[in-house]
Design a protein around this ligand. Structure first.
Ligand code: ADE
Length: 226
């Protein structure tokens, strides 16, 4: 899979994709992440990517030309499954969306900034608008990193123990059960006996009951989702 991220702040996310599992996914050749500086597509002397809004309201708006040039240059090279725009007024991101997007070959993620982007970009280029939650960030870069991370990590081969991606919270509308490691007792705090029993069926049943109880208590809304 290839993900092209378009941003005015490449330095904000470059380090993120050079770390840990995201870096390994790229070294293994499973994912290609390309980060494009939008200013490279602004041809005026000041490499200007924003301008005052028509109508006189406050804030700056991302200009249409650099974004058109960048997206058009990418689309001339290959087909894209989606052109995503990160924005607080987009569709709320969730695991189901990550699962679907992880089947893509090529994705563009355009990071929003300033007051917003010229609406014609949303009308003519963007195929999917995504919010990562009901709060406003200073820009869409963190949202793009969140989206790309959650998509890439579930591509087979990225996480060595594939089962561990499949048993995440949210994969089956249940929160994950508690996990423990050695020592079996610390300061008198004990790991549940069943996990030390070696009885596979009982352990799976205990995990399921724990998941169910935690979901009912912490996220009952998930149990009503399809
Ligand atoms: N840009 C600013 N806030 C955002 C959010 N909550 N989700 C996606 N993009 C954003």
């Amino acid at each position: 899979m290839r993900i092209d991220i378009i941003t005015v702040l490449p330095e904000m996310i470059e380090g993120f994709f050079n770390c840990s599992i995201m870096s390994r996914a790229q070294k293994k050749g499973i994912a290609e992440i390309h980060i494009h500086n939008l200013r490279d597509y602004a041809y005026d002397r000041y490499r200007k990517v924003d301008d005052y809004p028509f109508g006189g309201c406050a804030g700056m708006v991302m200009k249409i030309e650099p974004i058109d040039r960048c997206i058009s240059a990418l689309k001339a090279e290959r087909d894209y499954d989606e052109v995503i725009f990160t924005t607080p007024d987009g569709e709320q991101f969730n695991q189901k969306m990550a699962n679907t997007l992880s089947l893509s070959q090529n994705l563009i993620i355009l990071c929003g900034h300033f007051k917003g982007i010229d609406y014609r970009i949303r009308e003519h280029f963007i195929t999917k608008e995504i919010s990562i939650g009901d709060y406003v960030l200073t820009g869409g870069e963190l949202a793009a990193a969140v989206i790309a991370d959650s998509i890439v990590r579930i591509i087979p081969g990225v996480i060595s123990d594939e089962q561990s991606a499949l048993s995440d919270s949210f994969q089956d509308n249940l929160l994950a059960p508690p996990v423990y490691t050695r020592p079996a007792e610390y300061n008198g705090w004990k790991v549940p006996d069943v996990l030390l029993s070696g009885h596979e069926a009982k352990i799976r049943e205990w995990e399921f009951q724990q998941s169910l109880e935690r979901t009912q208590r912490l996220r009952p809304d998930l149990l009503n989702e399809k």
